[in-house]
Design a protein around this ligand. Sequence first.
Ligand SMILES: [Zn+2]
Length: 61
Amino acid sequence: MVVQCCVCKKIRENDSWVEATFYFDPEEASHGYCPACSAQALAEIAEWLEKERQQQVCQAA
Ligand SMILES: [Zn+2]
């Protein structure tokens, strides 16, 4: 089973994330985030939550 990062399209090989060097069926791959993209995604979510929080404060005022 191939595990592919849904952002940068790298695949997990043992414990590292590398460019795919072979063909595989994307439908057969399991999708997730590599550590780099996971950190990026979490940062974006945190930023979004912070914006939401600030908007709520404005609406309440
Ligand atoms: Zn990635």
